[in-house]
Design a protein around this ligand. Structure first.
Ligand SMILES: [Zn+2]
Length: 592
C-alpha cells in the first residue's frame, strides 16, 4: 500500500518521496558530520555546525511531516531513527564547541565576535559558552551521559511505560461501568454530565493510587539525580537551568508570578461564575473543562475556516492575512481527517526553504479553527525571521507562543466585534479565552508551586507519597482559593501529569504562563497603538532568537519585565474579557 503523504505539498522539500535528492542530502550530512568531528579550527567548526543544524532541521521536518501524515509508513520510521542517531553524534560536537569557547579569554571572545563569518552570533555563542561553564570536566560529563541511559532516562521511560499501560474505570451517564486507557481521561473530562466527570477523575485517581509507589520513586529519582548533577556542575540553584533555557532572569520570573498571584481573583471570578451557570455551589477539579450548556455548536467547513481566518484578520493585520491566504493556496496545511493519521497539531518548517507546514486534523469545530489560527501564528513567526541566520532562528519556549497567541487574539477579537456574531456565540468565544486564562493563571502556577516546594524538600531526602499528595493539594488551594471545592481537588496530579517526568527539562510549567502573558502584553500594545505598532511587533519576533526575553521587551516595547506593570497590563485584558463575559452570561443564562 502506498503511504498517504497528506494534503500538503512537500515537493519543495524533495521532489520525490524519499527519492534521490533526499538520499544525497542524507549522505552529505553524514560526511559533513564526520568532517566536523575532525575539525580543530573554531571558526570553521562553527560554520560547519550551523550547516549541520540547518540540514538536520530540514530533513527532520520533512520526515516528521511524512510520519504524521501516515503513521503506518515504516520506511519513514526507520529513516527517522537513523537521522536521530546521527543527531545524537551532534551532541558531541556541541560539547566540543562549548569546551573551545570556555577556554577563550574575554579578549579572545571579543575578537571572535568581530569575525565577519560569525556576524550576529554573539548571543548564540555567549549562551553556548555559559552552558559549557556549567559542565563538569569532559570525562565526568561523558560518564554522566553514559549512566543517564540506565539512570535518569530509565526512570522517565519506566514512568512512560506505566502511564501508557494504565487503564481506569468510570460510570457513563447510563450508569454502566466503562474501562478506558488513561490517554482518554482529558477528553472524558469534557463530558457535559457532572456525574460522569466526577467518576472519571475518581476512577483515574484510583488507578494512579495503584501505582503511586512507582510514580513517587520515578519522581524522587529524577529530581534526586538532577540535584546531584547541579551540585557537581556548580549550578547555584535548581531553578537556574530552567531559567537559562527560558532566556529569562529570576527577577523576571518572580515579578510575573507575583503579578499573577496579585490577580488570582480574576480567573477565580470566572470559575465561580461558571459554577453558577452550571448550577452548583462550587466547581471541583474535574469541572475545569466542563462545557457551557446549550451553546451553538454548528460546524464550519474547511474552505469556510480558511476564508474566515483570511477575511477576519485583514482589517487589523493585512500582511498576516495575505500570508495566510498565500500559504493556503500553496497547500501548506495537512488538514483532512483520515485513517492512519496521527493525532495532534503542530507547525514545522525549514530554515533552508524558509517555508512552514501545518499539521492538524480539521473536524469543523470552532476549536479546530482556533488551532489553525494558532499554528498560522507560528508560521508567521518563522516567516518574519527569514533574514536571520539559521542559528538565530532558535527561540526559547517562553517566546515561542508570542505569535501564535497573538494570532488567536486577533481572530477572536474580530469575531467578537463582528455584527453577525450572536450573544451565544460571543459567550462561547469568551469562554474559550477565559478557560485558557484559568489554566495559565491558576493551574500552571499551582504546578510551579508544587514543583518548587518538592525540589526544596527533595534536597533533604526522599519525599513520601503522602507528602507529595499534601504538597499538591496545598499548591492547588493556594492558587484556586475559594473558586474550587477544597474537598474536590486532585491529590494525584503530581502522578498523572506527564510534564513532571520529562527528563530533558525541569519546571515545564512557568514558560506556559510566561508565553501567554507575554503575548497578551504585546497584544495590549498593538490594541493601544493600532497598525503603527505592527513593524515593531515584527522586529520583536525577529529578535527572539538572538535576544533574551528582557531585551526583546526593553528594545521593542520599552518595558522592564522584572517590574510588575507589564504583567498587570496583560492581566487588564483578561479583566476586560471577564467583564464582557459576566454581562453576556446574565443575558444568555438569566442569572443574577
Ligand atoms: Zn503553539
Amino acid at each position: 500500500m502506498t503511504p498517504n503523504t497528506g494534503d500538503w505539498d512537500l515537493t519543495p522539500y524533495y521532489p520525490e518521496r524519499l527519492g534521490a535528492a533526499y538520499q544525497k542530502d542524507r549522505q552529505d550530512f553524514r560526511t559533513g558530520l564526520d568532517q566536523a568531528l575532525q575539525e580543530t579550527d573554531l571558526v570553521k567548526l562553527l560554520i560547519q555546525w550551523e550547516k549541520l543544524v540547518s540540514d538536520s532541521e530540514h530533513m527532520g521536518s520533512y520526515l516528521n511531516c511524512l510520519r504524521s501524515a501516515d503513521g503506518r509508513d515504516q520506511q519513514v520510521g526507520q529513516d527517522l531513527a537513523s537521522l536521530q542517531s546521527d543527531c545524537s553524534r551532534m551532541r558531541q560536537l556541541e560539547v566540543n564547541l562549548g569546551e573551545q569557547l570556555k577556554a577563550l579569554s574575554e579578549a579572545q571572545l571579543a575578537e571572535l565576535f568581530q569575525n565577519a563569518q560569525l556576524q550576529d552570533l554573539d548571543y548564540y555563542l555567549k549562551r553556548l559558552r555559559q552552558r559549557a561553564l556549567w559542565q563538569m570536566p569532559s570525562e565526568l560529563e561523558n560518564l554522566a551521559a553514559d549512566l543517564d541511559v540506565d539512570g535518569m532516562s530509565a526512570w522517565g521511560r519506566l514512568y512512560d511505560q506505566v502511564a501508557g499501560r494504565l487503564e481506569f474505570q468510570y460510570q457513563n451517564s447510563e450508569g454502566e461501568t466503562i474501562t478506558k486507557p488513561m490517554s482518554m481521561k482529558v477528553s472524558l473530562l469534557e463530558d457535559p454530565d457532572p456525574k460522569v466527570r466526577k467518576s472519571v477523575l475518581d476512577g483515574s485517581n484510583r488507578a494512579w493510587q495503584g501505582v503511586e509507589d512507582v510514580a513517587a520513586a520515578c519522581l524522587n529519582a529524577i529530581a534526586g539525580t538532577r540535584l546531584t548533577l547541579y551540585k557537581r556542575r556548580g549550578i547555584p540553584h535548581f531553578l537556574e537551568p530552567a531559567l537559562f533555557d527560558s532566556a529569562i532572569e529570576r527577577a523576571t520570573l518572580d515579578s510575573m508570578l507575583g503579578a499573577i498571584a496579585s490577580r488570582y481573583d480574576l480567573p477565580r471570578r470566572f470559575l465561580k461564575l461558571k459554577a453558577q451557570i452550571l448550577g452548583v455551589q462550587q466547581l471541583g477539579f474535574q469541572d475545569l473543562s466542563a462545557p457551557l450548556p446549550e451553546l451553538d455548536n454548528s460546524k464550519i467547513a474547511w474552505e469556510q475556516a480558511g476564508k474566515m481566518l483570511v477575511e477576519e484578520t485583514r482589517a487589523s493585520y493585512p500582511e498576516f492575512s495575505k500570508f495566510c491566504q498565500e500559504s493556503l493556496a500553496k497547500k501548506w496545511v495537512d488538514w483532512s481527517p483520515r485513517e492512519g493519521k496521527r493525532p495532534g497539531g503542530y507547525c514545522t518548517g525549514s530554515t533552508r526553504l524558509r517555508e512552514s507546514r501545518i499539521f492538524m486534523t480539521y473536524h469543523g469545530a470552532f476549536g479546530d479553527l482556533m488551532t489553525l489560527t494558532h499554528e498560522f501564528g507560528h508560521a508567521w513567526h518563522s516567516h518574519v525571521m527569514h533574514q536571520e541566520r539559521p542559528l538565530n532562528t532558535l527561540y526559547p519556549m517562553t517566546l515561542a507562543e508570542t505569535a501564535s497567541t497573538f494570532a488567536e487574539n486577533l481572530l477572536l477579537d474580530a469575531l467578537l466585534r463582528a455584527p453577525a456574531t450572536t450573544p451565544e456565540q460571543r459567550l462561547k468565544l469568551l469562554d474559550s479565552r477565559l478557560e485558557a486564562a484559568a489554566a495559565f493563571l491558576l493551574n500552571i502556577p499551582s504546578r510551579f508551586l508544587f514543583e518548587k516546594r518538592f525540589y526544596e524538600e527533595r534536597a533533604e531526602g526522599e519525599v513520601s507519597v503522602d507528602r507529595l499528595k499534601e504538597l499538591m493539594v496545598e499548591a492547588q488551594k493556594e492558587a484556586y482559593g475559594d473558586s474550587l471545592d477544597p474537598e474536590q481537588l486532585d491529590p494525584y496530579f503530581w502522578a498523572s501529569k506527564l510534564h513532571f517526568y520529562i527528563t530533558e527539562v525541569s519546571f515545564y510549567n512557568f514558560p506556559y504562563s510566561f508565553g501567554y502573558l507575554f503575548s497578551l502584553g504585546v497584544y495590549a500594545q498593538s490594541q493601544k497603538r493600532g497598525e503603527a505598532f505592527l513593524p515593531t511587533y515584527e522586529r520583536l519576533l525577529q529578535a527572539t532568537g538572538r535576544r533574551t526575553a528582557e531585551e526583546c521587551a526593553r528594545e521593542n516595547l520599552q518595558v522592564e519585565l522584572n517590574q510588575p506593570q507589564f504583567w498587570l497590563d496583560s492581566l487588564a485584558l483578561v479583566e476586560e474579557d471577564m467583564r464582557q463575559f459576566e454581562e453576556l452570561a446574565r443575558e444568555v443564562y438569566k442569572i443574577a
